[in-house]
Design a protein around this ligand. Structure first.
Ligand code: 5GP
Length: 142
């Protein structure tokens, strides 16, 4: 497996070199909206530590990401009045991974509504800003 690349997009977001629509942050994890959501409220949960994916992440950081992802899923259910949540996580090119910093997709789902294909269209910044604000508020009580 290749080494971790500190110049991947999510590493730049962690360092504040690129913007994101932030939902939640603590000392070990960051949560923000996917710019090409597969459904409204599609969030990405990442560790702040430099992990390429599930294969090299420190288990404690992975456990923390899972705990945060559970809260994000609960917040998504609430804010989007969802009927369910899809959680995805891809590893290496063959596993469907495109950005090589570990991330967990948390996607609120409505009954009978299919997800859009990956990377199909960029959501408007104002829509993402509004959704991130609502999810950030909901994170305080889940
Ligand atoms: P994966 O690596 O799990 O296949 O997917 C990477 C995800 O990152 C995709 O869902 C894509 O839409 C998202 N993505 C790619 N570039 C950016 C970016 O600059 N900002 C944000 N917020 N999401 C991104």
């Amino acid at each position: 497996m290749p080494d971790y690349d500190p110049n991947n997009i999510f590493a730049k977001i962690i360092r504040g070199e690129l913007p994101c629509h932030k939902i939640y942050e603590d000392d070990r994890a960051l949560v923000f909206l996917d710019i090409m959501p597969r459904a409204p409220g599609h969030a990405l949960v990442i560790p702040k530590s430099p992990a390429r994916n599930l294969l090299d992440v420190n288990p404690d950081d992975l456990a923390h990401v899972a705990k945060v992802a559970q809260r994000v899923a609960r917040a998504g259910m609430k804010v989007f009045q969802a009927d369910g949540v899809t959680v995805q996580q891809f590893n290496e090119n063959a596993g469907g991974q495109v950005v090589f910093h570990l991330h967990v997709h948390v996607i609120p789902r409505k009954e009978g509504v299919p997800m859009k294909p990956p990377a199909s269209e960029k959501e408007k910044p104002e829509v993402l800003a509004d959704q991130a604000k609502k999810l950030a508020e909901a994170m305080q009580s889940v």
